[in-house]
Design a protein around this ligand. Structure first.
Ligand code: B1M
Length: 212
C-alpha cells in the first residue's frame, strides 16, 4: 500500500476526520481509482475498527469518531462514485431498519445505486416498517433495499417485508437485503428476493431484480 493509502487507512482507523479527508483528496489527485480507494482502503479500515472494538481495544466513542472520519472521506469520494453517463434503471427506496443506527454501508449502497442510474430515496436509519410502506405507496417504486448491522435488528427486515405483504405491496416490488449475518438462504427465509455482500454486489442484484 502506498503512503497516501496508508495515511488514509490510519486516519479512518484512528478517527482523524481532517486527515482522512486530506488523504482521500490526495489519492484522487494522484489519479487513484475511486472504487479501489473505497474497496481496498476505506472498507478494510472500518473492518479493522470493528475488530478493535470486538477485542476490547476500542469502545463506542472510538467507533463513532472513526465512523465520522469515514463519512467525511466518503463525502469527497461521492461525486466520483456517482459520476458517469447512465440511463435511469429504476426507483429504489432504501433504509436501515428500525432500531439500527448504522448507515455507512447503506449510504455507500445508495451512492453506488445512484451511480448505476437508479433513482434512490434514502429513508435514513431506524426506519419503521410503516415508513417503508408509506414510501412505496407514493408509487413508482421498483425495489426496496433494507440494511441492518445488528443481530438484534435483523428480525426487523422480516417485519418490514411482512408489513409490505400485509398492505398488498410486496408482490409489486423487488426486495433486497444486506449486512448483519445475512446470506442468500436467510434472505429467502425472511421473504426477500436476494442478498448482496457489498455495494458492488448490491448494484448487480438491483439490476437483476428490476431486469435492467
Ligand atoms: Co456498531 N456494531 N454498534 N456502531 N459497528 C458493529 C455492526 C459490530 C459488528 C461491531 C462488533 O462488535 N465487532 C456490532 C454488531 C454485533 C452484532 O450484532 N452481531 C456492533 C454493535 C454491537 C453496536 C452497538 C450495539 C454498540 C453499543 O452500543 N454497545 C451500537 C448499536 C447502535 C444501534 O444501531 N442501535 C453500535 C453503534 C455504532 C456506532 C454508532 C458507534 C457506529 C455507526 C455509525 C454509523 O453508521 N453512522 C458503529 C460502527 C461504525 C460499527 C462498525 C465498526 C463498522 C460498520 C461500518 O460502517 N462498516 C461495525 C463493525 C464492522 O462492521 N466491522 C459495528 C463499513 C461499511 C462500509 O460496511 O456496513 O458492512 P458495511 O456495509 C457494506 C456491506 O455490508 C454492504 O455494502 C457495504 C459496502 O460494501 N451493504 C449492503 C450494506 N448495506 C447493504 C444493503 C444491501 C446490500 C449490501 O442491500 C439492501
Amino acid at each position: 500500500m502506498d503512503e497516501v493509502r496508508a495515511a488514509l487507512k490510519k486516519a479512518i482507523e484512528e478517527g482523524v476526520a481532517k486527515e482522512a479527508a486530506k488523504a482521500v483528496q490526495q489519492a484522487l489527485d494522484d489519479g487513484a481509482d475511486p472504487g479501489s480507494i473505497l474497496r481496498d482502503v476505506m472498507v478494510p479500515a472500518m473492518d479493522e475498527v470493528g475488530r478493535r472494538y470486538e477485542c476490547g481495544d476500542y469502545f463506542l466513542p472510538e467507533m463513532l469518531i472513526s465512523a465520522r472520519a469515514m463519512k467525511e472521506a466518503l463525502a469527497i469520494l461521492r461525486p466520483k462514485l456517482i459520476a458517469g453517463d447512465v440511463k435511469p434503471a429504476g426507483k429504489v427506496v432504501a433504509g436501515t431498519v428500525k432500531g439500527d443506527l448504522h448507515d455507512i454501508g447503506k449510504n455507500l449502497v445508495c451512492m453506488m445505486l445512484e451511480g448505476a442510474g437508479f433513482e434512490v430515496t434514502d429513508l435514513g436509519v431506524d426506519v419503521a416498517p410503516e415508513k417503508f410502506v408509506d414510501a412505496v405507496r407514493q408509487g413508482g417504486v421498483n425495489l426496496i433495499a433494507l440494511s441492518a448491522l445488528l443481530t438484534t435488528t435483523l428480525p426487523n427486515m422480516k417485519v418490514t417485508i411482512e408489513s409490505l405483504k400485509a398492505q398488498g405491496l410486496r408482490d409489486k416490488l423487488g426486495v433486497m437485503v444486506g449486512v448483519a449475518p445475512v446470506n442468500d438462504k436467510l434472505a429467502t427465509e425472511i421473504g426477500a428476493d436476494g442478498y448482496a455482500e457489498d455495494a458492488a454486489g448490491a448494484v448487480a442484484l438491483a439490476r437483476r431484480l428490476v431486469g435492467a
